[in-house]
Design a protein around this ligand. Sequence first.
Ligand SMILES: C[S@@+](CC[C@H](N)C(=O)[O-])C[C@H]1O[C@@H](n2cnc3c(N)ncnc32)[C@H](O)[C@@H]1O
Length: 245
Amino acid sequence: MESSISKATIERKRARKALQHRKPYFCGNYRGYYNKRKNPATNDDSRLALFKRDWFEERNILDIGCNSGDLTIAIARKFRPKTTLGIDIDSVLIRKANEGIKQDAETKDFENIKFETEDWMAETVVGQKFDTICLFSVSKWIHLYHGDEGIKRCFRKIYESLNDNGIFLFEPQEYKSYKKYKKISEITLENYNNIKFRPEHFHKYLMDELGFRIFQKLGRSESSTEGKNICVPNESDMCVRASGK
Ligand SMILES: C[S@@+](CC[C@H](N)C(=O)[O-])C[C@H]1O[C@@H](n2cnc3c(N)ncnc32)[C@H](O)[C@@H]1O
């Protein structure tokens, strides 16, 4: 018993140290993140090539965890959604995203793009519904900070915030990439140690429990160091949320 208590104390001390060390990156809120997402050949975010126009054009889009807004703005510029809302928990990144719209000559008159500081996991009811919701490389952070129940709540909130036949675009991080960050804090360590609902189980949950209709793998984005899959659950090659559920 005594040895397990001292082991837990040591783990907590380590976690605190790691937290201090990694403070600016506590939930994936990297600065300069988009330098590593570029396809060197095109200088674009390599994920853009995987997206279909129909998923965005003339639609109301929500991008959860948009970081400094580079991909959100690139999507808006390429596919011209009706409205685009990017949210991120980090206000510094949101300020940068808002500066990005102002500075970008092509997007400065995009009055239909907005960036707001918001925690998707806050217990607020989303008043608005969207046609397409993006969650790219955010699920690991929500999972580590909120555990299995939290990531399920995140998916449920997304489902409930989509219009009928709305599309959920999702880039989950692989489970093996969680380990490196488990000691960011005591809570992430505890959640990590209790994870039973792994990314390889997300698909079944989205389809069988929530009611998304089709799950389509979009493939890997070339520039990504970890080589991530982007998945869209929907019918044939688009759409997602079953009507009337
Ligand atoms: C690794 S970045 C991914 C950025 C962007 N989605 C992309 O793939 O290009 C993860 C982002 O999620 C944000 N984030 C983490 N937890 C969040 C939450 N609960 N609500 C909103 N944003 C969150 C972080 O601040 C960070 O900017």
